[in-house]
Design a protein around this ligand. Structure first.
Ligand code: URA
Length: 434
């Protein structure tokens, strides 16, 4: 086969065969196909799209480009959850223990934060002593004994995606649906769970800015998951403002723990109930959304979900006491309140900008290997649609010094918009694709 011929075929709107896609993916991963040819192919895919058969072939070829996790050693129902990325998204920290308390095993491979969105692995490292790098044996043992484990993504899982994603990033080909679907689903399939639930974000802080594009992505991912033999569902959720109240590593851990203690409701809890409800229905553990919701709320009320988190933290080398007393987690030396300059209603909170403020405070990575400050970030007191009085505290900035706090406070005030008439609250759950 010649790569030039495959590029021409796709450029002219043709359909690539499974063999051609496998050959191209393998060749690019091994280095026999150069970046310049793969760049041309990615751009041809960007403009011409891919059929479902092509997307499935690319997903499977990428999945098999490296090691695939066999969860055969894990007993019971195995589920995985993936979010397309958002600001303040600490859902996995609360959802995994909730699912473990229901008897569903969660074996999660997660990433670190890059740019304006955070990563679960960084957040977990707010627990002193906790390590997310472990042998596969320990990973399986923890999933069996604790009910869930979260480990850092290993280098040999879907190496094709590492190369392709980096190339897409510099060739303007990230926002292509078949390329996003194959990138996400190849990693989910390689992680080996029987049930996959996807949280597809929509809005200004998301990858997909419109609901139409988000639903299309959700539908495509669900059908590829099903064709690959997995029980798959997707929930399309709002990312026009940060999820929950906290943005910043340790601050987000504290918020997830507050949900597990039953101290905080709102959008974060609702999202956990929606995603957890999908998993329970796919697992046959609940016949309806209401039944799933009742069971999930029960594991918060009886403390079993919180206990699963403490078990996990202890199993990974941290102290379970930190879960019950989160004042022991990193705390920034400076806290500065941001006040509303006028009264009215909060009309918008720019999620991407809040993520960037956290990044500038030192809580995120501008580059892959930057050091991060786990203690810094922002706690928003209000959500879009809520009424506000002049002089009321709208947010608290947590910073390592006063100059940084002041700069963040003024950027944060600019990231919030106000209206002098009531504003409709945005629906968190836009729909479920099953
Ligand atoms: N997340 C991924 O892992 N891949 C994409 O292409 C987009 C989001």
């Amino acid at each position: 086969m010649l790569m030039r011929e495959l590029i021409e075929k796709k450029r002219d709107g043709g359909e690539l065969s499974r063999e051609e896609i496998c050959w191209m993916t393998e060749g690019y991963t091994r280095g026999s196909i150069p970046d310049y040819q793969m760049s041309a192919m990615l751009m041809a895919i960007y403009f011409r799209g891919m059929t479902e058969d092509e997307t499935l072939a690319l997903t499977m070829a990428m999945m098999h480009s490296g090691g695939v996790i066999d969860l055969g050693a894990v007993h019971g129902i195995k589920a995985d959850k993936h979010s397309t990325g958002g600001v303040g998204d600490k859902t996995s920290l609360a959802l995994c223990p909730m699912m473990a308390a229901q008897g569903v095993k969660m074996a999660k491979l997660s990433g670190r934060g890059l740019g304006h969105t955070g990563g679960t692995i960084d957040k977990l490292e707010s627990f002193s002593g906790l390590s997310t790098s472990m042998s596969m044996d320990k990973f399986f043992r923890d999933v069996n004994e604790v009910g869930f484990a979260i480990a850092g993504q290993t280098a040999d899982i879907v190496p094709a995606d590492k190369k392709l994603y980096a190339l897409r990033d510099v060739t303007g080909t990230v926002p292509s649906r078949p390329l996003i679907v194959s990138s996400i689903m190849s990693k989910k399939l390689a992680a080996g769970a029987d049930i996959i639930v996807l949280d597809v974000k929509t809005g200004s802080g998301a990858f997909m800015k419109t609901e139409e594009d988000s639903f299309a992505l959700a539908r495509d991912m669900v059908s590829i998951g099903r064709l690959a033999g997995k029980k798959t569902a997707a929930v399309v959720t709002d990312m026009d403002q940060p999820l929950g109240h906290a943005v910043g590593n340790a601050l987000e851990v504290k918020e997830a723990v507050a949900v597990l203690k039953g101290e905080q409701g709102g959008d974060l809890l609702e999202l956990c109930l929606a995603l957890g409800g999908c998993i329970m229905q796919l697992a046959g553990l609940a016949q309806s959304e209401d039944e799933a919701r009742e069971k999930l709320l029960e594991c918060i009320e009886n403390g079993s979900a919180l206990e699963r988190l403490a078990d996990y933290v202890e199993a990974q080398g941290g102290s379970r006491g930190d879960v019950y007393d989160t004042s022991r987690l990193p705390l920034a030396p400076v806290q500065l309140e941001v006040k509303a300059t006028c009264g009215g209603w909060v009309s918008a909170i720019d999620a991407q900008e809040v993520g960037n403020i956290c990044l500038r405070l030192g809580g995120g990575r501008a580059e892959k290997d930057s050091e991060i400050d786990l203690s810094v970030g922002v706690v928003l007191r209000l959500k879009a649609g809520e009424a506000v009085k002049a002089g009321e505290t709208i947010a608290v900035v947590h910073a390592s010094d006063l100059a940084g706090a002041e700069e963040a406070a003024s950027s944060l005030a600019a990231a919030c918009s106000f209206s002098d008439s009531p504003v409709e609250r945005r629906e968190l759950i836009r729909g479920v694709v099953k």
